[in-house]
Design a protein around this ligand. Structure first.
Ligand code: SF4
Ligand code: SF4
Length: 398
C-alpha cells in the first residue's frame, strides 16, 4: 500500500484508492454530501472524483475522525486529496485551456495580470492628463470620467464581463457534461433539485456541522469559517448589486458617479465592502492557522492569492470612497479599476470559478439524493406490504 506522504502520487489514482477504502469503512457516513455520494457508487471514475472533489467543503471532520491518516500506511486524507483535485478542476475546464496554465496554475502569472491591469490604467491616465492631471483634485458628477473616459470604461468592462461570464459558462457546460456522463433519462434534474441545491449553497449547509461548526482551522469545532464565508459571499453580492444599480443610474437615468454618501449605490457598496473585508481577513487568518498536514500546498497558494486580490479590490473601493474629492483619487481609481479588470480577466482560471463548480456539484447531488430517497420509500413500502399480504393470506384461509 502506498503512503499518502509522497507528493509524486497521481491525485486521481490515489483518490480512487482512498475512496474504495472509505467505501469499505463508511465510518464518516452522514458527515457531508460526499459520503452519501460515495455510498451510491461501487467504482470511481475520473469524473466521479472530480464531482466528489467539488462536493467537499473542506470542513475536515472526516480527517480528524479517521484512524487511517498518516502515519497509518493507508494515508487517508480526503480534504487534502479533494483540495488538490479541485485545483485541477479549475484548470481542466477553463477556456482557453492554454491560458489556464499561465493564469491559473501559477501564482506569478496571476499577479503579473494584476500589475499589468493597474499599470495599463495608470499609463492611460498619464497619457490623458499628464502628471498634473494625475494629482488634480476632481469633484462633482462624472468626476471619475474626467480621468478615465466613460466610453472606454464601458467598453473595457463590458468586454471583460463577457469574457468572465463566457469562460465560466464554457467551463460549467464541460464540467456538467462530464459529471452527468453516466446518467440516464430517469435521472434528469427537476426544478426541486435546483431549489434544494440553492438552499444548500446559500446556507453553506455542510459547514454547519449540525450546529457545532466545522473542524477548521483545527480539530476543535468552530463556526468562524462558515461566518466568514457568508460575509464574503453576501458581501460580494451586495457589491454586485451596487455596481449594477450604478450602471442603471448612469446609463438609464443619466446620473453618473460619484454619488452622495447616503445614496443606495454607496450604501450597498459600503456595506458589501465592509463585509468582504472582514470575511476575507477572517478566512486568510484561519488559513494561516490551518493544519498543514491537511492542506494541499498548491491550493493554499492559489486560494490565498485570490483572497488577497479580492481584498485589494474591496479595500481600494472603500478608500476611494474616502478620498474621492482629493488629489489621491486618480491613484486609488487606477488601482481599484486595474484590480477589478485583472480579477475579471483571470476569473475563469482562478479560485473565482469555485462557486460555479461547487453549485453544479450540489445540483447533481440534490438529484441523486432525491432519486435515492424515492427508491428508499418504494423499498420500505414493499417490505411493509409483503408481511401484511402474507398475514392477510393466512387470515383468509382460516
Ligand atoms: S475518512 Fe477514514 S474513517 Fe472516514 S470513511 Fe474514510 S477511512 Fe473511514
Ligand atoms: S472534509 Fe468535510 S466536506 Fe470534505 S469530505 Fe470530509 S467531511 Fe466531507
Amino acid at each position: 500500500m502506498e503512503s499518502k506522504d509522497s507528493r509524486d502520487l497521481d491525485l486521481m489514482q490515489d483518490g480512487k484508492r482512498q475512496m474504495e477504502l472509505c467505501n469499505a469503512c463508511r465510518y464518516c457516513e452522514g458527515y457531508c454530501a460526499v459520503w452519501r455520494a460515495i455510498e451510491w457508487r461501487r467504482d470511481f471514475t475520473d469524473n466521479d472524483m472530480t464531482y466528489l472533489a467539488n462536493l467537499c467543503h473542506d470542513c475536515r471532520d472526516c480527517y480528524y475522525a479517521c484512524p487511517f491518516t498518516t502515519p497509518h500506511e493507508f494515508g487517508i486524507n480526503p480534504p487534502q486529496l479533494f483540495a488538490g483535485l479541485r485545483e485541477e478542476t479549475y484548470r481542466k475546464y477553463a477556456w482557453p485551456g492554454k491560458w489556464a496554465k499561465a493564469l491559473g496554475d501559477s501564482v506569478s502569472g496571476f499577479w503579473a495580470t494584476f500589475v499589468f491591469g493597474i499599470l495599463f490604467i495608470l499609463g492611460f491616465m498619464f497619457v490623458n492628463g499628464g502628471m498634473e492631471g494625475m494629482f488634480q483634485p476632481q469633484s462633482g458628477e462624472g468626476a471619475f470620467y474626467t480621468v478615465f473616459p466613460k466610453t472606454l470604461m464601458t467598453v473595457v468592462f463590458t468586454v471583460l464581463g463577457l469574457w468572465m461570464v463566457g469562460g465560466w459558462g464554457i467551463g460549467a457546460s464541460k464540467f456538467w457534461r462530464d459529471v452527468r456522463s453516466t446518467k440516464s433519462e430517469k435521472d434528469k434534474v427537476l426544478f426541486k433539485d435546483i431549489k434544494t441545491a440553492t438552499l444548500y449553497a446559500a446556507s453553506l449547509k455542510y459547514l454547519d456541522g449540525e450546529g457545532a461548526g466545522c473542524t477548521y482551522p483545527s480539530e476543535e469545532p468552530a463556526k468562524a469559517r462558515r461566518t466568514f464565508h457568508h460575509l464574503v459571499g453576501y458581501g460580494f453580492l451586495l457589491d454586485l448589486a451596487s455596481t449594477t444599480l450604478a450602471a442603471f443610474y448612469d446609463h438609464f437615468l443619466h446620473i453618473p458617479a460619484p454619488y452622495p454618501l447616503f445614496h443606495p449605490v454607496v450604501i450597498l457598496g459600503s456595506v458589501g465592502g465592509i463585509m468582504l473585508i472582514i470575511g476575507l481577513c477572517g478566512l486568510l487568518y484561519l488559513k494561516s492557522k490551518s493544519d498543514k498536514e491537511v492542506n494541499d500546498e498548491k491550493a493554499v497558494k492559489t486560494g490565498s492569492a485570490f483572497s488577497v486580490a479580492l481584498l485589494i479590490v474591496a479595500v481600494t473601493g472603500m478608500v476611494l470612497l474616502a478620498v474621492r474629492e482629493t488629489g489621491a483619487m486618480q491613484m486609488l481609481l487606477a488601482i481599484h479599476l486595474g484590480s477589478v479588470a485583472a480579477l475579471f480577466f483571470t476569473a475563469p482560471y482562478s479560485k473565482f470559478s469555485h462557486f460555479v463548480y461547487r453549485y453544479l456539484a450540489l445540483v447533481n447531488f440534490a438529484q441523486e439524493e432525491r432519486v435515492a430517497h424515492e427508491a428508499e420509500v418504494v423499498h420500505k413500502e414493499k417490505t411493509v406490504k409483503k408481511p401484511v399480504a402474507i398475514v392477510e393470506g393466512i387470515a383468509s384461509k382460516q
